[in-house]
Design a protein around this ligand. Structure first.
Ligand code: ADP
Length: 582
């Protein structure tokens, strides 16, 4: 019997059965004792009557029989007088004369100190020879206790009564048991229903479904337990929701981080790797690679005591930082590695170093020249006016070079720091280029170069800083002159593209080798250093031009073929009024 419900029913039935059995038995015993007491009193009264009316009233035993004839006995009670001296032979009444009574009541009366005996349910025969159960009473009477008065009453009516009552009690027990069974069932049902409901909900919760609402049937202990479990489940659910959302948040953060994050547990199993880490390392499925190999690859050959390591892979620089994470007991639970792409930073750092080296180098040459010439002058060359003049001219030109260089550097620095404020105004690109061409055409003519500008028919309005754009145009056009031989032709043309104007400055000069082409906009980058320097170039012109163009949101690119010529392409956004180009 597994169910508590049936156990309760059984206990209830057993309890009721025991109570009814005990109380029934007690009732029966009480009734039986009452009945026998009543019979005993009746038998004693009859015996007293026989004693009073027969034995005491008649001196002679012969008279007893006649005296009995007149004696009226209650219904069912029989009485007789026995002669002790004649082995208890019956003296009267006549119908008992031939009967002998062997009864413990008689023996008790004879042997007992009070001379009284009583016997319950003695089986004996009646006068009509039928065996019956009797309640008997015997008492010594007469002088010297010569007689025994023996009275008896038929026990059958009493027994019948008792058995009827027993049957009634039996039926009552049966009815009581049935009723207790039904009531017990209803009661245990009421008791176990919330427990069954609790069990069902607890099982569902154990299965992970915490969104359960337990029906509270009452406000008793079980009701309170149900209430507490519901609240507990809600709290756990809330906790799970919070921790899930925290986890999701963490996952999203890790997933969207540009830095890679790897986490290994103490058994060197990869427990987390975000997509950035896989992209940065580019080693394929990281789960398949042993932790040691990954750590070695990242430069942690001596374990993570080293904490930081930078490696170069392909054109990338990767900085990794590793640290142990601890469990709640403070023991090492694994390693977390953060991987950063420091390519840009490293390149910038390299560029900075290169820039400083370039500036020093650019300044050192003219400075050395100035110093040498000055020393020579001081050493006596100044006395020769001709030589002194030549020397001073060199010193002047070198100083100018240095001044130019410093000026360009300052310009770049302003552009870098966004200190350069553009004085924007609407201007006609056609007119601006025309003016610039005019300024440079003299230079070209000196080299016997032709310079042709084909303007667009319409005015080309752009919004820009005239001075700056003029600076860019001058640099581009003067470069075309500078890096093209005598007799070369320089074609300058404008094109009207949808949203912008494109300016082409095309020369058929020396051109730029393919590998240098993408670097000519870098600071101090010169294809032919000696030639550039000889022409007074600083190597910063195109870098400045690019910065200026980008400050305007314009663009500059270059196409070139070595030995055939170079085309610089400048793109200017058209002026827009109310969203429409003009
Ligand atoms: P520089 O002061 O040396 O002229 P720039 O920044 O103006 O510096 O130009 C960078 C380099 O690009 C030059 O040194 C030169 O080698 C190359 N260059 C620029 N324009 C041309 C051109 N039209 N034809 C060939 N080479 C050019």
């Amino acid at each position: 019997m597994k169910s508590i419900k049936w156990k309760l029913v059984l206990v209830y039935i057993i309890l009721v059965f025991i109570v009814m059995l005990v109380s029934g038995t007690f009732m029966l015993m009480q009734m039986r004792s009452n009945e026998t007491d009543k019979a005993r009193t009746q038998l004693k009264e009859c015996a007293d009557k026989i004693n009073g009316e027969i034995i005491s009233g008649n001196k002679s035993a012969e008279l007893f029989q006649d005296a009995f004839e007149n004696l009226i006995m209650p219904q069912g009670v029989q009485g007789c007088i026995l002669d002790v001296s004649k082995q208890n032979q019956t003296l009267a009444p006549t119908q008992f004369l031939n009967m002998r009574f062997y009864d413990s009541a008689i023996e008790n009366a004879m042997s007992g100190s009070d001379g009284v005996g009583f016997n319950l349910s003695k089986k004996d025969i009646d006068v009509n020879n039928t065996a019956k159960e009797w309640l008997t009473y015997a008492v010594l009477a007469g002088d010297n206790s010569r007689y025994i008065i023996y009275t008896r009453i038929d026990a059958s009516p009493i027994n019948e009564n008792l058995s009827k009552i027993t049957m009634t009690i039996f039926f009552m027990v049966i009815i009581g048991l049935v009723l207790s069974g039904v009531l017990g069932f209803l009661l245990s049902n009421a008791l176990t229903r919330p427990i069954i409901e609790l069990t069902r909900v607890a099982k569902a919760m154990a299965g992970g479904d915490l969104n359960q609402n337990i029906k509270v049937y009452s406000n008793d202990e079980i009701g309170q337990l149900s209430q507490t479990i519901t609240e507990m489940a809600q709290e756990i659910n809330q906790y799970i929701i919070t921790s899930d959302s925290e986890k999701n948040k963490m996952e999203t953060i890790l997933h969207n981080m540009t830095d890679g994050v790897l986490a290994y547990d103490s058994g060197d199993t990869l427990i987390h790797a975000n997509s950035a880490s896989e992209e940065l390392l580019n080693l394929g499925d990281l789960k398949r690679i042993p932790a040691k190999d990954v750590m070695n690859y990242l430069g942690f050959e001596d374990g993570i005591d080293q904490k930081e390591s930078t490696i170069a892979t392909g054109d990338k620089f990767i900085l990794s930082t590793a640290a142990y994470y601890l469990d709640i007991n403070g023991n090492k639970a694994g390693v977390v590695v953060v991987i950063q792409d420091v390519t840009k930073m490293t390149k910038l750092d390299n560029m900075r170093k290169e820039f400083v080296a370039n500036v020093s180098h650019e300044l050192r040459t003219p400075l050395t020249t100035v110093k040498t010439y000055t020393e020579t002058l001081l050493d006596g060359a100044m006395n020769d006016a001709g030589v002194a003049l030549d020397f001073l001219k060199v010193i002047d030109s070198e100083s100018q070079r240095m001044a130019l260089l410093v000026q360009d550097l300052l310009e770049l620095s302003k552009l870098d720091n966004k200190q350069l404020k553009l004085d924007l105004e609407v201007l006609d690109l056609n007119a601006l280029i025309c003016q610039c061409v005019k300024q440079n055409v003299i230079l070209a003519e000196k080299k016997h170069q032709s310079m042709i500008f084909t303007p667009l028919k319409n005015a080309c309005f752009i919004e820009a800083d005239v001075g700056r754009i003029n600076q860019v145009l001058t640099n581009i056009i003067s470069n075309a002159v500078k890096y093209s031989p005598a007799g070369a032709s320089i074609e300058i043309s404008l094109e009207d593209a949808e949203a912008y104007f494109r300016l082409f400055v095309k020369d058929n000069g020396m051109g730029i080798p393919r590998e240098d082409l993408r670097r000519i906009f870098e600071r101090f980058y010169r294809v032919d250093k000696a030639r550039s320097r000889a022409m007074g170039g600083t190597g910063l012109g195109l870098a400045i031009a690019k910065e200026i163009m980008e400050a305007h949101n314009f663009r500059i690119t270059a196409n070139s073929e070595l030995g055939k010529g170079t085309t610089m392409i400048l793109r200017f956004d058209k002026l827009r009024v109310d969203g429409e180009t003009v």
